[in-house]
Design a protein. Sequence first.
Length: 161
Amino acid sequence: MTVRILLILGAFLIGAVPALATDGSTDKAGDPVAMWLADPATHFTGSEVDIEAFKWIARPVVVFADTPADPAFQEQIELLDARIGALVDRDVVVITDTDPAARSELRRKLRPRGFMLAIIGKDGGVKLRKPLPWDVREISRSIDKMPLRKQEIRTRAQAAE
């Protein structure tokens, strides 16, 4: 029943993407929100996405490292990919940034030093920073404690009744 509700909700949101696009564009090729709605398992890089585009739509989980070869970065991506379904259920969009020289907007805003995992709420606020890889179970628990997520759970439970 929950899966059916999520599919219906997803179809509704995909249809609403033109209204949600921050630049008024409906071109999915250039709109990270539309790309994410079409495939929630998509990973984005910090240089290709404006985090504000996801405000009130998704919870960005941002993974920083100084290089993609960083073992902590590789472990974190493996952990995220292994349980992507739990993240999709929580409206998580995964964003990576492994190029300190590019000085992305995310890097300037969050100021990571080496590896860092950051969870950002739908309201755009930084909810958590971690210097080591975190399992999806821990990430999920942290998200599930957020007031907006609690409201989403209540709303979905009421819709299922």
